[in-house]
Ligand binder design. Structure first.
Ligand code: FE2
Length: 213
């Protein structure tokens, strides 16, 4: 069970953080946690989380526009915004929206955590990569429309890049088994495959525990 609650080396927070504190998110998180707790592996947990995640991708009224805004000076560049919605005190689970303006794309990056990633608004092209020695190979490319999602169990499909293809900003929902914005991950040079340390942060949350009461 320990592999399902990895804190990724981050110190615990004082408490769970429901940045978007609504009945929908509370119930979503409670259901997800209950399903993780009765799973024997990350793949099992993803499988039993599918229905509740699919519902979150199709429900139109739970994600306020505040969490669908781009962020002009973000660490990812391109106005890409990463908005924290929920994270657990032990840093082993988070829910966030990733907002990519029209025409923008993320760097090629990894996640280093298992979970579900799906499209909520707009359209995207997604490219999966396999980094190698001095090179990086494009494994496959696929177009995404709202409701499309994928199960992420690293190392499979952990390195990708997304680009917004719609005239409007795209919004994807990430349910991942880490405090993803705070974990040191990697971006990859698109020509050489060279990995660089990368911590995306959040537009609306800090990574250091406040230390207060
Ligand atoms: Fe990603």
């Amino acid at each position: 069970m320990c592999d399902l609650h990895d804190h990724h080396g981050l110190p615990p927070l004082a408490a769970d953080e429901f940045v978007l504190d609504t009945p929908f998110v509370r119930e979503f998180v409670a259901t997800v946690r209950e399903r993780i707790d009765r799973s024997a592996s990350a793949a099992d947990a993803c499988e039993v989380m599918r229905p509740v995640f699919e519902e979150a991708l199709t429900e139109r009224d739970w994600l306020p526009l505040t969490f669908q805004r781009d962020v002009p000076d973000s660490r990812m560049g391109g106005g890409i915004g990463q908005w924290l919605l929920f994270r657990s005190a032990d840093r082993s689970l988070c829910l966030f929206s990733l907002v990519v303006p029209s025409g923008s794309m993320t760097p090629i990056h990894d996640h280093l955590a298992w979970g579900l990633v799906g499209l909520y608004a707009g359209t995207q092209d997604e490219e999966f990569y396999v980094p190698g020695d001095g090179a990086i190979e494009l494994a496959r490319r696929r177009p995404l429309v709202p409701g499309d999602y994928y199960v992420l169990v690293p190392p499979a499909d952990d390195v990708h890049r997304i680009r917004t293809t719609s005239a409007e900003t795209s919004v994807s929902i990430h349910l991942l088994a880490s405090d993803t914005g705070c974990v040191e991950r990697h971006t990859f040079d698109e020509h050489t495959g060279a990995a660089r340390p990368f911590r995306s942060g959040y537009a609306n949350a800090e990574c250091e525990a406040s230390g207060g009461s």
